[in-house]
Design a protein. Structure first.
Length: 355
């Protein structure tokens, strides 16, 4: 029986540092038959030229429209029976596609097979990036199995499922994978597996990382309010508690001005933040040692503060803005078109919530 054709779809916007590594890793997969499609979202750096030097199909979106539109553009042009989405800052292991296809063929009940990032960065730029990559690795390892969200930066989806669920929502630029996972998990299982691996070139500057986490956390609030439960696999109660405790520790820090005994409250909350994700810190200690753990704990604490602060601001925004509350209310059919006669819904850009 012939193997299904796989289309690797790579959305790109200004990733000149990693796009070459990403495309080369896609082309050098052990699996065949394979096609590679790069969809450039009107980059302003040199990444489009770098992609065109490779023997792959290179497309462009009509205008800078966001990663959802880029993925949809690639899917529309793809010929494969399986669509493998990988972001342009991720380099796949040589057997990543092969392993994903094995999982999908063995389990027709799966709507998607999502891989995980390795615990080392694709490009080693800073200690902040090393910390973030380790944090992301531990969180994804904790999410192995069935989840209710999509790791769209490293995921394989059968074309028949993609056609049934519909395209990525082009109104969303920051949280399109969360909304897509909600739609898909209502009909199919989404499986996260350590068999499908890739290396990620993550943020290497702490301010940029914290801004991104804050923004994404804020934008997820309308979805949290609608479903009224944690996402299966990733948003655990203990991890959420850790984030809240970190923000509480920062908020309580001024109490130390009242006397040294008041300092025990922020210290206790900081300890609670660490306890909420203790297995992660144990892994980092074993992997990198005590000196690195000190830096890692500081970066992880800062990311927890950014996430919980984003949720807090998002909650206020949700209370005050009807447009924000309707962010995830879709009028789409499974084709991705709005129903005739319905008004256009607000986008993340229209509500001032894009990067």
């Amino acid at each position: 029986m012939p193997q299904p054709l796989v289309s690797i779809i790579i959305p790109n916007y200004n990733y000149e540092n990693s796009i070459g590594l990403c495309v080369d890793a896609a082309v050098q997969q052990t699996y065949s038959p394979l096609e590679v499609i790069v969809v450039d979202d009107h980059s302003t750096d040199d990444s489009l030229r770098i992609a065109r030097r490779r023997d792959v199909t290179v497309l462009q979106t009509p205008s800078n429209s966001g990663v959802a539109v880029a993925r949809n553009t690639g899917a529309a042009a793809a010929r494969g029976e399986i669509l493998f989405f990988v972001d342009s800052d991720v380099a796949l292991r040589p057997d990543a596609v092969e392993k994903a296809v094995e999982e999908l063929l063995a389990h027709p009940e799966y709507g998607a097979v999502c891989g995980i990032y390795e615990d080392q960065p694709l490009i080693r730029d800073s200690i902040v990036e090393e910390c973030r990559v380790l944090q992301a690795y531990c969180w994804r390892m904790d999410s192995l199995g069935t989840v209710s969200f999509l790791f769209s930066s490293l995921t394989a989806i059968p074309r028949r499922v993609f056609q049934e669920i519909g395209p990525f929502n082009p109104r969303l630029r920051q949280t399109e994978e969360v909304e897509y996972g909600e739609r898909m998990s209502a009909r199919y299982e989404i499986m996260v597996t350590p068999r499908v691996l890739g290396r990620h070139d993550d943020d290497d500057e702490l301010p940029a990382l914290l801004r991104k986490l804050f923004r994404r956390a804020r934008l997820r609030v309308p979805l949290f309010a609608r479903r009224r439960r944690f996402a299966k696999g990733f948003e655990t109660a203990s991890r959420s508690m850790a984030a809240v405790a970190a923000l509480g520790a920062v908020a309580a820090l001024p109490l130390a001005l009242l006397g040294p005994w008041w300092l025990t409250l922020p210290v206790a909350l900081a300890g609670l933040s660490v306890a909420g994700d203790l297995s992660m810190y144990r892994y980092v200690m074993k992997r990198r040692g005590a000196r690195f753990l000190v830096v890692f704990t500081s970066v992880a604490f800062a990311t927890n503060v950014a996430i919980s602060a984003g949720i807090a601001v998002g909650a206020v925004h949700w209370l005050l803005s009807g447009r924000f509350r309707r962010l995830y209310e879709s009028q789409w059919l499974t084709t991705g078109r709005r129903m005739p006669g319905t008004p256009e819904q607000p986008t993340e850009r229209q509500t001032g919530m894009t990067a």
